[in-house]
Write a protein that binds this ligand. Sequence first.
Ligand code: NI
Length: 173
Amino acid sequence: MLDIYKLGDEILGVRCTEVTDFDRPLELLTEAMFETMEEAEGIGLAAPQVGVDKRLFVIGIPAEGIRRVFVNPQIIETSVEEGPYEEGCLSLPGLSHEVIRPLEVTVFAQDVHGKAFTLHATGLLARAIQHEYDHLDGKLYIDHLSPSERKHMVELFERRQKNERKGKSRRRG
Ligand code: NI
């Protein structure tokens, strides 16, 4: 299990670096990311969320039989048609907000061994790809909201973090 970095951690705001070495450590990283994501009951996890400055993410949607690594992804096409979906993020636990995005995307990426692939995605997968891709450019889903909605989400996050710390010290004491 890897630590999941939260809103406010610097790594979540940086543009991540291309992956150049398709080696065993990369494979181990993606395996640990899948485990961490599944343990946290998420459907996607990007490298910066576990403190790693690399352009890669994993997506796992068991109901659709999807479990895939995207290395150095590029979104090469998005549909004109957009729609809302209630998004959450493991870096802002317990919160969610509706975000409007294109409904379909075509992504070009490499797998964990460096093999290139192109994937046309719709539905939840298209949504997850765009959300995770944003992480690689230092962007969170709340960055798609209006300034006042974003501010409100940050306040909710901070309140939850404070309550969690209080809860922890109560349990300790
Ligand atoms: Ni996220």
